[in-house]
Design a protein. Sequence first.
Length: 79
Amino acid sequence: MDKKLVSQSLKIGRILTSPIRRMPDFLIIGAQKCGTTSLFDFLVQHPNIGKPHKKEVDYYKPHNERLYQLININFNWDK
């Protein structure tokens, strides 16, 4: 199969199922060469932690309104 067709099909599948999938419970944030890849590798070995589709996701791009809503719900910015 054509790689582009497969990639587009997977993207459409992720878009269609996104309303029923859970948001992440935590994010690993770190600079380059600070051990985040090792931490990620250790965490995904645990049976109760699911591995994401992509290891590095641009959650903080302006178009990601769903994440901004989640952050605003779960964090008290007044403190």
